[in-house]
Design a binder for this molecule. Structure first.
Ligand SMILES: [Zn+2]
Length: 111
């Protein structure tokens, strides 16, 4: 049973007992529990995003002005240096004549 439904059950019992002041305080407490639960959920999401970003950063190789992701047996990429450094986005570069092109920020890199 969750902490929110526990608070609701306590509020119902206190309401039946007729203690309105205590009932109001428990209802306020229930609201604070709901708000804290929501904030906790957002923080857990943010931690997950940061862990993912740290893992990506640990895998990044910077060679000839572009990024590669180091995999177990090979490397994946290349990815745009500008998009990653400015926005934290891994955008795969496309071959464009003798260059690599980023279709997101329109940057070109030597191959
Ligand atoms: Zn880019």
């Amino acid at each position: 049973m969750s902490i929110i439904s526990n608070a609701r059950e306590i509020a119902d019992v206190v309401k039946k007992l007729g203690n309105i002041d205590l009932y109001r305080k428990i209802v306020d407490l229930e609201g604070e529990i709901i708000e804290l639960t929501g904030q906790n959920h957002l923080l857990l999401e943010k931690i997950g995003d940061l862990e993912k970003a740290l893992k990506t950063k640990a895998q990044l190789l910077f060679e000839k002005n572009v990024y590669w992701l180091a995999e177990a047996q090979a490397k994946d990429g290349p990815y745009c240096q500008r998009c990653y450094d400015v926005a934290g986005k891994l955008v795969r570069l496309q071959p464009w004549d003798d260059l690599w092109a980023c279709f997101e920020c329109k940057q070109h890199y030597d191959r």
